[in-house]
Write a protein that binds this ligand. Sequence first.
Ligand code: TXA
Ligand code: MG
Length: 344
Amino acid sequence: MNTLLLGSTKEDIKTAADILQNGGVVAMPTETVYGLAADALDGEAVKKIFLAKRRPMDNPLIVHIAEVGDIERFNLVSEFPEKAKKLAEKFWPGPLTIIMKKSSVIPDEVSAGLSTVAIRLPSHKVARELIKESGTVLAAPSANRSGSPSPTTAQHVMNDLCGDIQAVVDGGMCDVGVESTVITLATKTPRLLRPGLVTVEQIEEVIGHIDVDHAVLFKLESDEKVSSPGMKYKHYAPKAKVVLLSGDSEKFIRFVNAEFEKDSSVGAICYDEDIDSLLCNTIPIGKADDLEAQAHLLFDALRQVDKQGGFTTVYAHCPTKTGVGMALYNRLIRAASFEVISLE
Ligand code: TXA
Ligand code: MG
């Protein structure tokens, strides 16, 4: 299949919307990461997403809407809870996904057989225009090959899926850089399933206490029941081994330099301030105190590890588990297969 690389003019969006209306699959920019979109109300179209990504069929997709009114207009949920309305008012459009009880219009391919559906209203102008123009709502997982880091540029998407999808709409580099926060309201107490730029602390200000799913911060035991199927798959890992180091920058630099003396194929994903002190090749992800900058660059950094090549082990700082740090920790700990060395 020839993959069209489109810009984001009105014409381009029309071309992409035509493909979607004909049951095709198109990658689109959102403020978090690029998504691989198909008509969410057409099960056959949605199947093509799974094929292109090689995604396991038991992992459900997020339905993207262009405005809050789409939930009722397309009759997406069987119940639109008060707490969902409050969250929508505060955080939409933006990087928050809300899981609710689904209605019968949601194909099984989207919900992977669950009784719930995940809904998100992105803030990216191009995404919203494309959803509107397509005249439906769009199911879209991240537009990476299953298992690799989510794409934050059109080029990342092309590297993974060129030849397997009909088009990519290029809307520039994604602002946020990590996927949306996912919360379910289908449980008795609301529960965070995936941390993102919208933090636990911010959500609790709006709807009170929420639980944080065990799998957000800890490795799943093989017999553990998962609330969100996506959490059980290996994720974000480059080919080189990633290891997290907990401890301050001074200890980080000392440890990495000592390892580099023993093995020159060691590298570091580090803070901007570390670069001059590190002897090894570095991939900087922003200033130590700027978590949003780190989120913005994280997936590109993980892709850089393979692109630069020649690394056997890459060390990265172990992020804090609060605020936006929770989102960074959740992604990095998976990239590192849960391997953390304490330098404290
Ligand atoms: O920022 C984002 O959310 C991006 C952009 C494209 O919108 N999308 C994204 O989709 O990250 P995906 O499919 O890569 O991640 C969705 C996560 C998966 O871990 C999936 O298991 C979970 O949300 N999920 C989706 N529907 C669910 C449901 N009904 N119940 C539980 N988990 C669900
Ligand atoms: Mg994904």
